[in-house]
Write a protein that binds this ligand. Structure first.
Ligand SMILES: *[C@@H]1O[C@H](CO)[C@@H](O)[C@H](O)[C@H]1NC(C)=O
Ligand SMILES: *[C@@H]1O[C@H](CO)[C@@H](O)[C@H](O)[C@H]1NC(C)=O
Ligand SMILES: *[C@@H]1O[C@H](CO)[C@@H](O)[C@H](O)[C@H]1NC(C)=O
Ligand SMILES: *[C@@H]1O[C@H](CO)[C@@H](O)[C@H](O)[C@H]1NC(C)=O
Ligand SMILES: *[C@@H]1O[C@H](CO)[C@@H](O)[C@H](O)[C@H]1NC(C)=O
Length: 609
């Protein structure tokens, strides 16, 4: 009697809970009817039917996934039947062969997923995850289909944007046709299959905007606010390269979208004002669109078109009228090929032009220059921190250009950029600093000697300056090791006798003291890579301490090498790496702390690991 009463009670409670909390699953044979929806366990996302707000004419209904937890207009992240809206009341059902089928009122199939082929009693209920992923699985956990593999115009944390090295095929997100029409629009965004080194946005089939090329270390953390850190990582395996976005636990909703008007935007939900804050939006100006300044032109930091050093507008009249399609041409023709009488002019801080090739052999900077000089078709080179394929351990590569230089841009100093070396005639040295090369061939003409002599003397002068600077630097560096006053941080990073950079190891005990033993109240960010704490060193310097997850299986030596690599590259980042600390399983990176947590800090602040 008692037993059956409690059984009834359990049943009642179960039924009550089933009714009270929205479902997140759709079982085989079940139907999701018009007006019904699935809500993820956690409540962040909903799957259901919607009509775009400004839909004209007869109602068009789509099956989609949107943010459930935020107020205001519905923000849709995924649409099933973009091409085939339903006129009447649609129905979604999960077939026993694990296919999701969306049909209209007349039973006509509008959209379906690929199943396992034959009817299977092994199909688990389809489930909407709290990350916004609609998942079809077998009972044994095999994933048959997931909406994250079929994105529409939005990229959310947890999704992967992939490019296969073997097939050259990659994922793309495709804009809506207009804000009221989810049908595929003109603009798409994805990894560049021809270089696997950058991301591209296309207008139709033409490139419309291009990211700067990636460096080898490709995890960028963006500090949005206390509690929200966004990590963007480029992950390479032997088979594919992929981009993922991760956010710290408890972070505000974050999404990337390619809009129908041709912008790629990163947005974060601001609960205070109940609106999406656009953190970044590209292209940032008219001249930063793909080849917006024509061949041999570039877009400068004030968003004006200019010609690369050694070049002038192909048509002055067109140029001054604001039409840049014709681009620029050389001021002075290059001497006949042979390596003599040419030099290179350096343009630092550039988003380097497109259509490059990466030299797979291991070359030094000098060898890279020599190779370009000796190759008649080579118009420019860069010695850049890129990675050509899967991890081959070689980080700095020789990048060369043999075609028209298109889509260069001068980057704002806080974004870094590469130094582009342009091939120019030596005579151009009167107006621009030229790094002339010693004659690379056996031809030792008088002209070659003439070029080499001033070069040799400047090299000597440079060596002297470096030597003096080095010597002072080392003395300073030693002093700085034992104390942490807020002095010029770069002085704490010193070069060892091999010319490799080495930076101070900060004692673990000091970090423990600085962060109040990693106090929760001092935690400013958290994510898959570790946690970030705010700390105050003994001397009063406020720092950000990134404590890497203990379960990362990276060895202490590798970690140190990685930290040294970051130090070498740190001029590219506004947030400076001050030091590192390894002790036992602990791996910590110590950065300058960002005092200003406003939107500006978000944009400029990157903690790189
Ligand atoms: C249903 O899926 C199959 C393959 O999975 C596809 O060939 C077919 O076009 C789909 N039908 C509709 C209406 O989407
Ligand atoms: C995209 O390309 C089309 C066709 O070439 C063109 O008419 C349109 O202006 C382009 N859109 C933008 C934003 O450049
Ligand atoms: C939300 O926006 C307000 C006003 O722009 C700003 O002051 C606040 O810092 C923002 N909050 C977050 C978490 O970004
Ligand atoms: C590349 O060359 C440098 C020195 O020339 C050497 O230290 C390094 O190990 C080489 N890397 C590879 C992958 O061969
Ligand atoms: C040396 O000069 C000759 C004639 O001036 C030219 O044909 C040859 O290609 C040059 N060799 C190299 C290696 O530059």
């Amino acid at each position: 009697m008692d037993l059956s009463r409690s059984a009834v009670l359990v049943l009642v409670v179960a039924v009550f809970r089933l009714c009270a909390s929205a479902k997140d699953q759709l079982a085989v044979g079940e139907k999701l009817l018009a007006g019904q929806s699935l809500v993820s366990d956690g409540g962040a996302f909903a799957l259901g039917y919607f009509s775009p707000d400004d839909a004209a004419g007869p109602a068009r209904r789509y099956l989609g996934i949107w943010y459930n937890g935020i107020p205001g207009p519905r923000t849709v992240i995924w649409v099933a039947n973009r091409d085939a809206p339903a006129a009447g009341a649609p129905t979604l059902a999960l077939a026993s062969d694990s296919r999701l089928v969306l049909s209209d009122a007349d039973g006509l199939v509008l959209w379906n997923t690929t199943g396992v082929g034959s009817s299977s009693s092994q199909t688990a209920p389809a489930e909407l995850g709290n990350d916004g992923n609609l998942l079809i699985q077998l009972l044994d956990g095999t994933v048959v289909w997931q909406s994250f593999d079929h994105p529409t115009d939005t990229f959310v944390p947890g999704m992967k944007m992939r490019l296969s090295y073997r097939t050259g095929k990659g994922d793309r997100i495709v804009s809506w046709r207009s804000p009221g029409d989810p049908a595929p629009g003109r603009f798409s965004y994805g990894l560049d299959p021809s270089t696997s080194q950058q991301l591209l946005m296309w207008n139709g089939t033409r490139p419309y905007w291009r990211t700067p090329i990636w460096r080898s270390y490709a995890v960028i953390s963006m500090y949005v606010s206390a509690g929200t850190v966004i990590y963007t990582a480029i992950v390479r395996t032997d088979e594919e390269i992929s981009m993922v976005i991760t956010v710290s636990d408890g972070a505000a909703p974050t999404r990337c979208v390619v809009t129908s008007s041709g912008r790629f935007q990163l947005l974060s939900w601001n609960g205070t004002v109940s609106a999406w804050a656009t953190l970044q939006s590209w292209p940032s100006s008219g001249c930063s669109t793909y080849s917006g300044c024509g061949a041999y032109g570039y877009c400068d930091v004030t968003a004006a078109c200019r010609c690369l050093d050694g070049f002038e507008p192909a048509s002055a009249a067109e140029w001054s009228a604001g039409r840049f399609e014709q681009g620029c041409r050389r001021k002075q023709a290059l001497p006949p090929c042979g390596g003599i009488g040419i030099g290179f002019v350096a343009m630092p801080g550039m988003k380097v032009p497109d259509k490059f090739s990466i030299d797979s052999t291991n070359r030094s900077a000098g060898e890279c220059a020599a190779r370009c000089a000796a190759t008649c078709s080579c118009v420019a080179y860069a010695y850049a921190n890129v990675q050509s394929s899967s991890t081959d351990g070689q980080l700095i590569k020789c990048v060369v250009w043999a075609e028209e230089l298109v889509d260069a841009q001068m980057m704002d100093a806080r974004w870094g950029g590469e130094t582009l070396y342009l091939r120019v005639p030596v005579a151009a040295a009167s107006t621009v600093p030229v790094l002339a090369l010693p004659n690379t061939g056996r031809n030792s003409s008088r002209r070659g000697v003439k070029t080499a002599l001033p070069v040799l003397s400047s090299v000597l002068l440079l060596t002297c300056i470096l030597f003096v600077w080095f010597w002072r630097f080392r003395a300073k560096g030693r002093k700085a090791e034992s104390q942490y006053e807020n002095t010029n941080t770069s002085s704490k990073i010193r070069a060892d006798h091999n010319g490799d950079l080495e930076f101070p190891s900060i004692r673990f005990a000091d970090i423990v003291a600085a962060t109040d033993n990693f106090s929760k109240t001092l935690m400013v960010g958290r994510g898959g890579f570790g946690m970030v704490y705010k700390g105050t060193l003994d001397g009063g310097q406020v720092v950000a301490v990134k404590r890497l997850s203990k379960d990362s299986d990276q060895g202490a030596e590798e970690f140190k090498n990685e930290a040294i690599l970051i130090a070498k590259l740190q001029h590219r980042n506004l947030v400076r790496l001050l030091g590192c600390c390894t002790e036992g399983a602990e791996k910590l990176l110590i950065y300058e702390y960002l005092p200003n947590k406003g939107l500006n800090a978000i944009l400029f602040g990157t903690y790189n690991v």
